[in-house]
Design a protein around this ligand. Structure first.
Ligand SMILES: *Cc1c(COP(=O)(O)O)cnc(C)c1O
Length: 390
C-alpha cells in the first residue's frame, strides 16, 4: 500500500523535533551537530532569535496579502538585495525551482522583445541542478531526473562541465543565455574556477548573450561573499536565489539588471505566495545579518578553520576519504568509501553531513557555526571515519 506521504524521498530513520543554533535534537533526545543546515537553508542555524522575532512579529500583524497590493516587507527586502548586489530589480518566489522558471522566461522574453524571437536556447552543464520543475529538469538534463517525464521543455543545450572550448562552438544565433551554478552543489561541490567565471562573462559579452547564475545553494554568504560570483569580480545579468535567503522560511528570488528584466512588464509573471509578508520579514532579517562585512569576515575565518581541519581529517583516513573540495562553508569531501556509508557513520556519531553526486559528502553548516562547534564536528567525523575502518 502506498504510504500516506508520497514516497519520493529516501529518508533516514531520524526524526528531529527541535533545533538550536547548529544543533538538531532527535525525538529520543540525542543532539546532532548539523552540517547540512537543511541543505544550505538554515543559514543562521536553527531558531535564531532575530529570525524568530521577525517571524512572530509579522505573524501577529499580517500573514498574507495578494500581490494585487503593495507589500512593504517585500519592498524592504528588494531594496536590501539591490543595495548589496549587481541587481536593479528583484522578483520573489517560494523556491529555487520557481526561480529557475522565471530566469528562463525572463531570458526568452528579453530576446523576444528585442525582435530576436529565435533566441530561445539556454546552454547548461552536466552535473548541474536547477530544481524539479519542468524547466529545472530540462535545464539539468540528467536522466535520473528526466526519465519518464517527457516531453521535456525544449531549448536546453547541455555541455560538459568545464568545457570552455565546446562552449564557444555551442553558441549559435539561437542562443539566449548560459546558465550555470558558480559552485555546483548537488553535483558534488564543484566550484567553477574564478578564471572560468571571468571567461564565461567575456564569452557572453562577446556573443551578446545573457549570463544566468544559479546561486540557490552557493549564494547568501555561503562562500564568504554575499554572492559567490563576487569572488571572480564579475556580475551576471540574471541570478536565481533561494535556500539560505529565507533562513528556513520558504523564499526564493530572481535578481536581474534593468536591461535583462526589461521584458517583464505588468502581467507577464506572477505568484500567489511569492514575496508574502511572512517570508519577506524573515528574509529581511536574514539579509540584515548576512550582508555585513563583519559577518562575512567571520564566515571566511570559520571556512579557513574548517578547510584546514578537513585536510587533516582526510590525511588521517586515506582509506575512507580522498580529498577536500569546495569554497567557504560550502565544502565537500570526495570519499573512497561509499558516501552513503560515511553519512550513516556520521549519524551514528551524531553529526549530519549531506550526500552529493560524485561520491561526495557535503558540509554546509550554519554560517554562524562557532569555532568550538567546528572542532567538535571534525572530532565526530573523525570518529565516523574510524568506525568505517574497523
Ligand atoms: C536546491 C537547488 C535548486 C532547487 O531549489 P528548490 O527550492 O528545491 O526548488 C536549484 N538550484 C540549485 C543550485 C539548488 O541547489
Amino acid at each position: 500500500m502506498i504510504p500516506s506521504v508520497l514516497p519520493t524521498y529516501n529518508r533516514a530513520p531520524l526524526q528531529f523535533v527541535k533545533g538550536e543554533g547548529s544543533w538538531l535534537i532527535e525525538a529520543d533526545g540525542r543532539r546532532f551537530l548539523d552540517l547540512g543546515a537543511g541543505i544550505a537553508v538554515n543559514a543562521l542555524g536553527h531558531a535564531h532569535p532575530a529570525l524568530v522575532q521577525a517571524l512572530t512579529d509579522q505573524a501577529q500583524t499580517l500573514w498574507h496579502v495578494s500581490n494585487l497590493y503593495e507589500i512593504p516587507q517585500q519592498q524592504q527586502l528588494a531594496d536590501q538585495l539591490v543595495d548589496n548586489s549587481f541587481a536593479d530589480t528583484v522578483f520573489f518566489t517560494n523556491s529555487g525551482t520557481e526561480s529557475c522558471e522565471l530566469a528562463v522566461k525572463m531570458a526568452r522574453k528579453y530576446w523576444y522583445d528585442k525582435g530576436q524571437p529565435e533566441k530561445v536556447e539556454i546552454i547548461t552543464f552536466d552535473g548541474a541542478f536547477h530544481g524539479r520543475s519542468s524547466a529545472g529538469i530540462a535545464a539539468a538534463g540528467t536522466e535520473k531526473m528526466t526519465k519518464g517525464f517527457g516531453p521535456l521543455l525544449p531549448g536546453f543545450v547541455h555541455l560538459t562541465f568545464g568545457d570552455m572550448d565546446g562552449l564557444t562552438d555551442a553558441i549559435t544565433d539561437k542562443t539566449a543565455a548560459i546558465l550555470i551554478e558558480p559552485v555546483q552543489g548537488e553535483g558534488g561541490i564543484r566550484p567553477v574556477p574564478d578564471a572560468e567565471m571571468k571567461a564565461l562573462r567575456q564569452i557572453c559579452d562577446d556573443a551578446g548573450i545573457l549570463l544566468i547564475l544559479d546561486e540557490v545553494q552557493c549564494g547568501v554568504g555561503r562562500t564568504g561573499k554575499l554572492f559567490a560570483h563576487e569572488w571572480a569580480g564579475i556580475t551576471p545579468d540574471i541570478m536565481m536565489v533561494a535556500k539560505g535567503i529565507g533562513g528556513g522560511f520558504p523564499l526564493g528570488a530572481v535578481l536581474a539588471t534593468e536591461e535583462a528584466a526589461s521584458g517583464m512588464t505588468a502581467g507577464t509573471h506572477g505568484s500567489t505566495y511569492g514575496g508574502n509578508p511572512l517570508a519577506c520579514a524573515v528574509g529581511s532579517a536574514v539579509m540584515a545579518q548576512v550582508c555585513t562585512p563583519e559577518f562575512l569576515q567571520t564566515v571566511n575565518a570559520r571556512a579557513g578553520q574548517m578547510r584546514q581541519a578537513l585536510e587533516g581529517l582526510v590525511a588521517a583516513h586515506p582509506d575512507v576519504f580522498d580529498s577536500v573540495r569546495g569554497t567557504g562553508l560550502m565544502l565537500g569531501i570526495k570519499c573512497k568509501a561509499p558516501n552513503i556509508d560515511v553519512v550513516n557513520a556520521g549519524y551514528d556519531n551524531q553529526v549530519i553531513p549531506v550526500p552529493a553526486a560524485d561520491n561526495v559528502i557535503r558540509l554546509l553548516p550554519p554560517l554562524n557555526i562557532s569555532e568550538d562547534e567546528i572542532s567538535e564536528a571534525i572530532a565526530r567525523l573523525d570518529a565516523a571515519a574510524s568506525q568505517l575502518e574497523t
